[in-house]
Structure formats: C-alpha cells, structure tokens
Design a binder for this molecule. Structure first.
Ligand code: GDD
Ligand code: MG
Length: 338
C-alpha cells in the first residue's frame, strides 16, 4: 500500500505557536516530545514501506520535513517529497500525489493521512486501515470517529447500508453549522477523521466526474502551470460531498485534530485545579486555564479561570476558553494589515 501524508497546511488557529514558517504539524508539544508530523510518519510506517510514502508539502517546509524524519532515525528519499508551488487545499495536494504514484508505479491502493492529528496509536488503528482494503474495489473509504460535541470544524458522515466491513455512506456534509451539527449528532452521524483510502483509478475517475477543473488542470506538464489553473478546494467539498461511492469504517480510537487551543486543553493532562501550565508558575486560586510561556518566563496567576494565554517571543495571545476557534481571525486580520 502507498501512503500520502499531507503536510502543507498552516494551522492558523494555533497562532502564535504556529507561524507560516512553523505550522502546527511541526510544533513539538512538550507532552510527547515529538511533533504531530513525526507521530504521523511513524504511524504511516506501519502501513507502507518507507519508499512508498509520499509527503505533499511546499518549499518552505521541505527541510522541516526532512529534518524531522532524520531526527527519527530514517533516511527519506527526497524524490518522495512533492512540492506544491502554492497551497490549493487538500484535493489538488492528494491528486498530485496520486498522479505521481501512478506515473512511477502504476495503479495502486493509497492511504491518505493529514499530519495534524493526535491519534491513540496502536494495533487497532493499523488493523482498521488495513481492513478498509476489502472495500476499495467499490468505494472510496473514510474513517469515522464517534463525535462527542457538535464541532463545526469537521465533516459529518451518515452511515447507511451495512457492508462487509463498515457502511455505505448515505450523506457526507463538510463543516455544517452548529444547529445542523447538533441534529447530526442526535441522528448517529460520525465525524470524518480526514484519513482516506482508495484505489488510484477509482479516485481519478471520481475527480474527473465531480471536479473536472482539477482533472483538466493536472493535464499540464509543468506543475507551476497546474497550480496556476487548479481551483482551491478540499477533498471533502470537492469529492466526498458529491460522490455516492463512499464507505465509512468506524474507528474506535482516541482521536483529536489538535486544531485549536481548546482541543489541546481537552487532550492533555490537567493538574488538580484543571490547569495546564507549561513553564515555571505560581498559581493562586485559579482554575481551568491553559498557559504557555516562552523560554522559562514565570507565569503567575491570581483568581483567573477559563483563560488561554500563549506568550511567545514577540506575541501575546489572551483569549477565553471556548473562543479559540477565532484565533484564525487574528491571523487573517494581521494578513490584511500586511
Ligand atoms: N500539501 C498540502 N497542501 N497540505 C494541505 C493543504 C495544502 O494546500 N491544505 C491543508 N493541508 C493539510 C493540513 O496540513 C492537514 O494536515 C490536512 O491537510 C487537512 O487539512 P485541514 O485544513 O487541517 O482540514 P480540516 O481540519 O479543516 O478538515 C479536514 O479534517 C477534518 C478532521 O480533522 C476535513 O477532512 C474534515 O472533514 C475532517 O473532519
Ligand atoms: Mg485539520
């Protein structure tokens, strides 16, 4: 099996920890000493030989990718790092990988992994993905996570007819609004984990059918020309919402897209007062805060609760817990100001 690792996103909701040059998948969280990208790479090695792993990223992050793999003790073939001239979201990124795999080795089965997830690793994950291969002759496979709240940043999947393993998908809806998400949870929808498995020929056929602009753009010889033409679109909106050839396999493991500081707060261990504080600190009568300070600065807290404070060299972020999805608006605002 071939694998594609997507490592081209910026993760703007983790600003100021993530920066354009240091996106969230490369940040080393103190709790597990590896980056999400490194953890993804190690997981992928359980499914594909190193020579069959393709990483789709951009010029700026190529050396982070190589460096972080080297740190794990592996030697990675640079030819398997595909560089996008500009990011056009996940559909072009995945299709780029698929085209190169086909050109080099012919049709094959491909698994796609985002590099921004924290997954409870282990045998179950590998086994579930491998089981998916039973369905690849007929379907594009998604992996579904049991939701625990009406999160609006995920795709939602309605399982239908039971299959050999998993279910045929009745409906796929990317990033619904809050009310719709609440309804979906009541009706047994699953979250899309963002990982996919498919046969290259079936995937290509679905791209041709549902996103002909993407299909046509990739006929250009020069990758710069391809990316000039290709629309900015995710695989979720471009393919998964449209095709009726999707199946879902429930993945019963701990899973988190560490996309926001609230998600980080949810995942990591808290002290007896519900605080997560990285770095030296004095805490008086304070509860349920997430505090990160840069290079050993002392954090002192008095009587505060439900705050997120991230203090880096040049930027201080203060926000209420529950609002951290909006951090991306700060980044947008900064970009607009230039
Ligand atoms: N190479 C490349 N180029 N990678 C990209 C690009 C790009 O232009 N854009 C995003 N990525 C990478 C990100 O780094 C991440 O690893 C992965 O692709 C997914 O992109 P996100 O931008 O994080 O997507 P999302 O989290 O909003 O939504 C997706 O994941 C959710 C689960 O985490 C969707 O698949 C949802 O349906 C899903 O629920
Ligand atoms: Mg994500």
């Amino acid at each position: 099996m071939k694998s594609i690792i997507l490592a081209g996103g910026v993760g703007s909701r983790l600003f100021p920890l993530s920066r354009e040059y240091y996106p969230k998948q490369f940040i080393k969280f103190k709790a597990f000493e590896k980056s999400l990208f490194q953890l993804t790479f190690e997981r992928t090695l359980k499914l594909s030989n190193i020579k069959d792993i393709y990483i789709i990223t951009n010029e700026k992050h190529k050396f982070l990718v190589l460096g972080q793999i080297e740190e794990l003790g592996y030697n990675f073939n640079e030819d398997n790092i595909l560089i996008e001239p500009i990011g056009k979201n996940t559909l072009p990124a995945i299709y780029y990988g698929v085209k190169v795999i086909k050109e080099r080795d012919g049709e094959d089965t491909v698994a796609v992994f985002p590099s921004d997830h924290l997954i409870e690793d282990g045998a179950k994950f590998t086994k579930t993905v491998k089981e998916g291969v039973k369905l690849t002759n007929n379907y594009l496979i998604t992996f579904g996570i049991k939701p625990n709240k009406p999160h609006t940043g995920y795709g939602y999947i309605k399982p239908g007819e039971k299959l050999d393993v998993g279910y045929k998908v009745e409906e796929f809806k990317e990033k619904p609004d809050f009310e719709t998400a609440k309804k979906y949870i009541k009706n047994g929808y699953l979250w899309n984990s963002g990982m996919f498995l498919f046969r290259t020929d079936i995937f290509e056929e679905e791209v041709r059918k549902h996103c002909p602009e993407v299909y046509e753009a990739f006929k250009e010889e020069d990758i710069n020309e391809v990316y000039k033409k290709v629309p900015d679109i995710s695989i979720d909106y471009g393919i998964m919402e449209k095709t009726d050839r999707v199946a879902v396999i429930p993945l019963n493991i701990k899973w988190s897209d560490l996309g926001s500081f609230d998600a980080i707060y949810d995942v990591f261990d808290k002290d007896e007062n519900g605080n997560i504080i990285y770095g030296e600190n004095v805490v008086l009568n304070s509860k349920n805060n997430l505090i990160y300070t840069h290079s050993g600065k002392l954090a002192s807290l008095i009587g505060v609760k439900d705050l997120i404070v991230v203090d880096t060299k040049d930027t201080l972020l203060i926000c209420n817990k529950g609002d951290s999805q909006k951090v991306k608006d700060v980044v947008k605002n900064l970009k607009e100001k230039g």
